[in-house]
Design a binder for this molecule. Structure first.
Ligand SMILES: [Zn+2]
Length: 290
């Protein structure tokens, strides 16, 4: 079915109406961080693909941050994927690029019962999914075929972990999934990610591509973020050059913060270690196996 024109005036938002058999609209978003190129490429593929299939439910395709995408930067004024806090449920157009963009896409996001938000990395990295830990989220997350599915503990909710687009859809009773799809220069990336996105569209009932969900060759490890490391001095250093998902043992020294040793309180995985360490800004998260 051809895209309808109700969203045509909004750059980078395409709406494909469904045939009414399912009333659960699905949103696929990409490149909310403009330098993560895979998302935008997937959306282009989907535009052609969805025009020629019978959709049961409405599908929205959203290019997250078109201006940042044009400039091939993560963001122009603010990290757009940290702007979906509680107050975003009542939108007032802001005055920076990302705030304005949020106001533009919220109508489509608000309609959506499902969101797959596609990210990628500018350096080789392990693909993973970030989402809530309940069965409905995990069933969709598992489709992405990743080694790690990361959730935050309900007892641990710093701003960084509750202000992304998936959180926005979740708060409205939908299911939001953030898919960190890996390195965007991986030559297989587009085909692999497109396959996963088609599985997602199929599982959510938007359309039937006749695909069979493959047996995952490795089962996904479910990790729960339970704490973070926040430097209290300007001389904080990690004990080694951590990569995402590096394991540390209970009591292992993670870093030194102005003379104080920072140790893991239990066997953990290092999540999102920052290269650019800043005083009182999160240096990394710690997760345990769920
Ligand atoms: Zn991203």
């Amino acid at each position: 079915m051809k895209p309808d024109q109700s969203f045509e005036h909004i750059e980078g938002v395409t709406h494909f109406p469904g045939n009414g058999q399912s009333d659960k609209p699905v949103c696929i978003m990409g490149s909310i961080h403009g330098n993560e190129r895979i998302g935008a490429a997937i959306l282009e593929e989907l535009k052609g693909l969805l025009a020629s299939v019978d959709l049961r439910s409405d599908v929205y395709l959203i290019l997250g941050n078109p201006e940042a995408y044009r400039q091939d930067v993560r963001f122009i004024d603010t990290d757009m994927n940290r702007l979906f806090g509680i107050n975003r449920d009542v939108i007032s157009p802001g005055d920076n690029i990302e705030e304005k963009r949020i106001a533009e896409i919220v109508p489509a996001l608000s309609e959506s019962c499902y969101l797959l938000d596609i990210h990628s990395t500018i350096k080789p990295s392990v693909p993973f999914v970030y989402c809530e830990p309940d069965a409905k989220h995990i069933a969709l997350a598992t489709l992405m075929g990743v080694h790690y599915i990361v959730s935050a503990s309900p007892n641990f909710t710093p701003d960084d972990l509750v202000t992304s687009a998936d959180n926005f859809v979740d708060r409205r009773g939908g299911i939001g999934i953030t898919f960190e799809s890996g390195w965007h220069k991986d030559p297989h990336a587009i085909d692999d990610v497109l396959f996963r996105v088609k599985l997602f569209l199929q599982k959510t009932g938007a359309c039937d591509f006749g695909l069979v969900q493959p047996e995952n060759t490795t089962s996904s490890k479910h990790l729960t973020i339970y704490n973070h490391v926040v430097p209290q001095s300007t001389s904080f250093v990690f004990s080694r050059d951590f990569n995402n998902f590096d394991a540390v043992m209970k009591d292992e020294i993670i870093g030194n913060d102005g003379g104080t040793e920072i140790r893991a309180e239990r066997d953990s995985f290092i999540i999102f270690p920052k290269k650019d360490i800043q005083l009182e800004k999160i240096a990394c998260y710690l997760a345990h196996v769920s």
